[in-house]
Design a protein around this ligand. Structure first.
Ligand code: PMP
Length: 438
């Protein structure tokens, strides 16, 4: 038997009581009542393999996270104007995962708030407004971040590009002009940023900051070409700007080989922002920066954040870091991610529609194309595969400018058995969709 209110009633009440454009996944929405590890259980008791959520980093309802949260909530929670061990313990632990120059933390409550704080840091440091962002990026839900998110401001309901916003091309090797040698992709795509800076200079102006996801995700799980960020950071800094790495989706060891995805590009950003997986679902987010930028921000105006860095949130953050280490989850992400990549590539040989397979650790994308030569997007097939997988009890998403990239970001505890389950369901779904029998 189902539990709680019927779906239709919840949909109706949402329509009456909540903002009407608050998103729901799937045409026929799912009502989950419980989460456990890699599984989400719906109101009929059916279990779905969660390959998508990206907040349940160490697994849904991880007992050690729940325990840390409950223990601290039963003891004390306050606003952040008092002394407490947790906030400094967490700042110590979090900054210890970062390159040596990044020593100062700020705690907030969402990825958007982290990016907004990053903008304040950058602006007080450089006294400049000009932003360089990547095409089809998404950086958050406040107006100033929507203004930096081409994914939002260019689409229906958006207000277009503001004068302080400068958009560089998506450094997507798969869609690079065919006459660009692969080993030059980093350099060639960085030229798009150089051109924007040249145009600013011609007006006697310069960049305030460059902000990008370390693996552009909303743009379709795009892995930056080798050398790209190194070159971009060099030219942005040379022109007086600072660099911001948005690690909201890709941080905390998701890419397996490193704690932070920017490390795969061998760079050190001036500001790093984090969110989603940081609290295993608990609303917590953070900014980490250099002492120098923190000093500029300390301009006489007090900084106060009611919830950011409260004792309960920091307790949860500490538990998540402990689990990533104790359960060796970065290594697991790399091992299972490599296994999935190899299996997806084998699938690519069987299905013409799979144009590209890409990933690092447990951050994976499969781009579907109508034609491998033109690389025209197979949007409808991507949608059908996502819906078909859902009917078979596997949650994944679609992403990219044409919604033609299957996107997977399963919890870091994803096992070989879970991976086999995902592979079998994907294989069955592709076969059914492509023969028109799904
Ligand atoms: N940056 C990136 C890259 C994101 O994907 C998101 C959320 N999808 C955000 C920032 C904003 O995070 P939040 O929704 O927690 O405010």
């Amino acid at each position: 038997a189902r539990t709680g209110r019927p779906h239709e009633e919840i949909v109706r009440l949402r329509r009456e009581l909540l903002l009407p454009n608050l998103a729901i996944s799937y045409d026929k929405p799912i009502k989950f009542v419980r989460g456990e590890g890699v599984w989400l259980i719906d109101d009929r008791g059916r279990a779905y393999l969660d390959c998508f959520n990206n907040v349940c980093h160490v697994g849904h309802a991880h007992p050690a996270v729940v325990e840390a949260m409950a223990r601290q909530a039963a003891m004390l929670n306050t606003n952040t104007r008092y002394l407490h061990d947790n906030i400094v313990a967490y700042a110590e632990r979090l900054t210890a995962t970062m390159p040596r120059a990044l020593t100062v933390a700020g705690f907030v409550n969402s990825g958007s708030e982290a990016n907004s704080l990053a903008l304040r840091l950058a602006r007080t440091h450089t006294a400049r407004e000009n932003a360089i962002v990547l095409d089809w990026a998404y950086h958050g839900t406040t107006q100033e971040l929507i203004d930096l998110s081409a994914y939002k401001f260019r689409r229906k309901g958006g207000q277009g590009q503001k004068p302080h916003v400068h958009v560089a091309s998506i450094p997507d090797g798969y869609h690079a002009p065919p006459d660009w040698p692969a080993e030059e992709h980093g350099k060639r795509f960085a030229e798009s940023v150089a051109e924007l800076i040249d145009a600013m200079k011609a007006r006697g102006d310069g960049p305030g900051f460059f902000m990008a996801e370390s693996v552009p995700s909303v743009a379709g799980q795009v892995f930056l070409p080798k050398g790209y960020l190194k070159e971009v950071y060099r030219i942005v800094r040379e022109a007086g700007g600072v660099t911001i790495a948005d690690e909201v989706q890709v941080g905390f060891g998701r890419v397996g080989s490193y704690w932070w995805a920017f490390e795969t590009q061998d760079v050190v950003p001036d500001i790093v922002t984090m969110g989603k997986p940081i609290g295993d679902g608990h609303p917590l987010a953070a900014v980490v920066t250099t002492r120098e930028i923190a000093q500029s921000f300390n301009n006489g105006m007090e900084y106060f954040n009611t919830f950011g860095g409260n004792p309960v949130s920091c307790s949860v953050g500490l538990a998540v870091l402990d689990i990533i280490e104790a359960e060796d989850l970065r290594r697991n992400a790399l091992t299972i991610g490599n296994y999935l990549l190899a299996e997806f590539r084998a699938m690519q040989e069987r299905y013409e529609v799979i144009g590209d397979v890409r990933g690092l650790g447990l951050f994976l994308g499969i781009e579907l194309v109508a034609d491998r030569n033109t690389k025209a997007p197979a949007t409808e097939i991507a949608r059908a595969v996502s819906n078909g997988a859902r009917r078979r009890g596997v949650l994944l998403g679609t992403e990219g400018p044409h919604d033609s990239v299957l996107k997977m970001r399963p919890p870091m505890i994803f096992s070989r058995r879970d991976a086999d389950h995902l592979i079998n369901v994907l294989d069955e779904t592709f076969a059914a969709v492509l023969t028109g029998t799904d």
